[in-house]
Write a protein that binds this ligand. Structure first.
Ligand SMILES: Cc1ncc(COP(=O)(O)O)c(C=O)c1O
Length: 394
């Protein structure tokens, strides 16, 4: 018997994979730009981008070419030796952050945050890490301990000790929580997984001030909101605040697994030989894909277009809000969230299901919130298609 020969991916998965995900009943087989195609050949407009991963669009020719080229040369050598793509990626990321920065390369967002947590603990031994309500920093035990969501944390207790939670928008509470026993304050400039919540400027300023006063490190998790998503390469560039440490992943290699922990001058030399490592971290194949992705996304014309498109999408959503068909709209650039009215039957998941039937990939984050994370290469017509759908569906 040929294993898997006639069964669909849906049948095979439900039998053989741990059922850790609630998937929608579609099997995608092809992607190009902002378009996806399913196993039946149906076309979809993608407004999720693999949850802010395919920011450069699906299978961008420059990324495909870089992967092909590197795959035929060298794929892995271990971190006992040097490799050029990793070194060039580190240079590129460090210089995008600040002079004197250094980078640790790993394989995912949660790993990038683990690196930041270890770095913070090395910076101030035994120190506490302050996180915000509504944060999502990942699923491994350290990053999970920084993710104050009872449904995600409680089944896995005991967690890593030394994390303290403050409200998302209470600068006084944040200032009071940070002292000379604090190792770091960890913030997503725009929270992604709990409904798209931009953190207010006064909160970010309070975090910066508290870290300066106490000697703690300010860590920005830009895993979802970075890499051009907000219309600047890094989301912090839209704010008056510069973090000491920044974590990135998701869009960095257009879908190949990668994570990066960027440490600015103050923190660049905290982690030393033997303190941390990852077999696959900085592998040449992924690094080549990341370099090609940065060539596409770290581009002034593309970033200014993201701001224009983000404004257009926001205006369209605001019109729906004024008409009472949405109850709230928020976000930055092409990272927007919109709440549907509580009385809408089926809530946001019903809108997403209907969109899928009409060939649009949307996302519901919670029962009432729609999240918009399109590839950054969408056209005006793509945007109109989604707004037309929403006008009709809501
Ligand atoms: C802000 C943020 N941090 C961390 C993570 C974890 O990243 P990964 O799933 O690559 O481990 C995510 C993933 O959604 C995220 O959005």
């Amino acid at each position: 018997m040929t294993v898997g020969s006639r069964q669909s991916a849906i049948e095979l998965e439900s039998r053989y994979m741990m059922q850790t995900y609630r998937r929608l009943p579609v099997e995608f087989v092809l992607g190009e730009g902002a378009r996806l195609y399913d196993a039946q050949g149906e076309e979809y407009l993608d407004f999720l981008a693999g949850i802010s991963v395919c920011n450069a669009g699906h299978c961008h020719p420059r990324v495909v070419e870089a992967i092909r080229d590197q795959a035929g040369r060298l794929q892995q050598v271990s971190n006992l030796y040097y490799n050029e793509p990793a070194a060039r990626l580190a240079e590129r990321l460090a210089t995008s952050f600040e002079p004197g920065a250094r980078v640790f390369l790993c394989n995912s967002g949660t790993e990038a945050n683990e690196a930041a947590i270890k770095l913070a603990r090395r910076h101030r031994r035994g120190g506490e890490i302050v996180v915000l309500e509504g944060a999502f920093h990942g699923r491994t035990m350290g990053a999970l301990s920084a993710t104050p969501q009872p449904d995600k944390q409680e089944p896995f207790a005991p967690l890593v000790p030394g994390f303290r939670v403050v409200p998302r928008d209470d600068p006084e509470a944040l200032a009071a929580a940070v002292g000379d026993r604090t190792a770091a304050v960890m913030v997503e400039p725009v929270q992604g997984e709990t409904g798209v919540w931009p953190i207010s400027e006064r909160m970010l300023l309070a975090a910066r001030e508290a870290c300066d006063r106490s000697g703690a490190l300010l860590v920005f998790d830009e895993i979802q909101c970075g890499m051009g998503r907000t219309g600047t390469l890094w989301a912090f560039e839209l704010t008056p605040v510069r973090p000491d440490v920044l974590t990135a992943a998701k869009a960095l290699a257009s879908g190949l697994p990668v994570g990066a922990c960027l440490a600015g001058r103050r923190a660049a030399d905290v982690l030393q030989a033997g303190d941390h490592g990852a077999t696959f971290g900085g592998g040449p194949l992924v690094a080549a894909a990341a370099l090609a992705t940065l060539d596409i996304l770290d581009d002034d014309a593309l970033l200014s277009r993201v701001r224009v498109l983000g404004d257009r999408l926001r205006v369209g959503l605001e019109e729906l809000r004024s008409a009472g068909r949405l109850s709230d709209v928020r976000g930055r650039g092409l990272m927007l969230g919109a709440d549907v009215p509580a009385e809408l039957e089926g809530g946001a998941p019903a809108v997403v299901a209907r969109a899928l039937e009409e060939g649009i990939v949307l996302n519901a984050i919670g029962p009432l919130t729609l999240r918009f994370l399109p590839p950054l290469v969408i056209t005006d017509r793509d945007l109109d298609q989604v707004l037309d759908f929403l006008r009709e569906a809501l």
